[in-house]
Design a protein around this ligand. Structure first.
Ligand code: PLP
Length: 395
């Protein structure tokens, strides 16, 4: 069977493949980016779902508009406007998407042609990298440190690489590193985007999951020129299974995204949009997010404490202030993929750094750990198992 170049060049996501691993009760997984099931507001959702079927079944089961269910759009605009200054009433619009993933994929669809180049953090979220790759674009990686993308390398790439159309960034609690871009670099990034006339895709599904430290303004909130497309998601603050995300950008961009959405899936699942809207109307989402942060803060601290105690000092690791991930780096020459295989044999699932690389053919000495899904006990036992394998490998 001959498949298109678009799909033939893509590898299946290592993370989604891990999710399919046999349900071995002894396997401890630090691999997926799944929220903790006890963070889902099941009881509230159950009542709302029953009520929708009782009182609004005809519209819940009908077609809806491509831009999204109006009450959900309005609530999202209001939160993103008043609370985060991401949505600007006079200039912006907002579309509800099937997860943040679709907002990223549709952004690629409306802005990029085959042969264009896109700057991304190196490493970055594989789902977005694959969405970009599927449009035949050239990915140009820029390394990150604890304060985000390196601005001198970014400028160098903007100067020297051809056809750069877009900068893709996850500035807050980055996936996979967990790091957050400083305010000064956010301003610099915008300044460079303006100077070199490129658009910015700010992908931020984790920014509200801050456990400590001061929030840093989103890049979108600093943008006065309509250069930034902000992708958000209800996956990590409500539930990923309902597949609800959104894009917020200039009216012109949102109208093109709406055409792309009509081509893709017409509209996001209306029942779940209604469920989310009712939940947001009836409940204090900020209170709910604070509860999730309380759960994750304890898990993150447990993971860091266990790593600190058990991992060889030759391995460094990030200390995020929020999000879902810690990233670890072995000395040069070691291979995260080899460690992943050894860890799997010891019944611990991790994700190798090469999964998130702009050039996924190179060897990376890094691996990503998720702390939101495992229990405290699993974190303790899993890090202990992983440390044995790691310390033996690294020596
Ligand atoms: C950085 C980043 N962006 C976007 C997404 C997409 O999330 P969703 O489609 O569930 O909103 C994810 C999911 O893990 C992610 O890590």
């Amino acid at each position: 069977m001959e498949f298109s170049n678009r799909i033939s060049s893509l590898k299946p996501s290592a993370i989604r493949e891990i999710l399919k691993m046999p349900n071995d009760p002894d396997l401890i997984s630090f691999a997926a980016g799944n929220p903790a099931p006890d963070s889902f507001p099941v009881d509230a959702m159950k009542k709302i779902a029953a009520n929708i079927f009782e009182t609004k079944a005809a519209s819940a089961l009908q077609y809806g508009v491509s831009e999204g269910y109006t009450p959900l759009r309005d609530i999202t605009k209001e939160r993103m406007g008043k609370k985060h200054n991401v949505f600007k009433e006079e200039t912006d619009d907002l579309i509800i998407t099937s997860g943040g993933q679709q907002a990223i994929e549709m952004t690629a669809k409306i802005l990029l042609n085959e042969g264009d180049s896109v700057i991304c953090e190196d490493p970055a979220f594989v789902g977005a990298l694959n969405a970009l790759r599927s449009y035949g674009v050239n990915l140009v990686g820029v390394p990150v440190d604890n304060d985000g993308m390196l601005m001198d390398v970014l400028e160098e790439k903007l100067k020297t690489e051809k056809n750069i159309k877009l900068i893709y960034t996850i500035p807050t609690f980055q996936n996979p590193t967990g790091t957050t871009m400083s305010l000064s670099r956010r301003k610099k990034l915008l300044e460079l985007a303006e100077k070199y006339d490129v658009m910015v895709l700010e992908d931020s599904p984790y920014f509200e999951l801050r456990f400590r430290g001061e929030p840093v303004p989103t890049i979108k909130s600093l943008d006065e020129k309509g250069r930034v497309i902000f992708c958000g998601s209800y996956s990590k603050i409500l539930s990923p299974g309902i597949r609800i995300g959104f894009a917020c950008a200039s009216k012109e961009i949102i109208s093109k995204l709406t055409v792309a959405k009509q081509v893709s899936d017409v509209h996001t699942n209306l029942f779940f949009q209604m469920l989310a809207a009712e939940y947001l109307k009836e409940n204090d989402i900020d209170e709910h997010i604070a509860k999730i942060c309380d759960i994750y803060r304890v898990k993150l601290d447990k993971m860091l404490e266990c790593i600190e105690k058990a991992f060889t000092k030759k391995v460094s690791f990030t200390r995020p202030e929020g999000g879902l991930f810690v990233s670890c780096t072995m000395p040069d020459g070691f291979d995260g993929a080899e460690l992943t295989n050894r860890a799997k044999a010891a019944k611990v699932a991790i994700v190798p750094g090469c999964t998130f690389a702009a050039d996924d053919t190179k060897i990376y000495p890094t691996f990503r750990l998720n702390f939101s899904l495992p229990s405290l006990d699993e974190i303790e036992r899993g890090i202990d198992r992983l440390a044995k394998v790691l310390n033996e490998y690294v020596g």
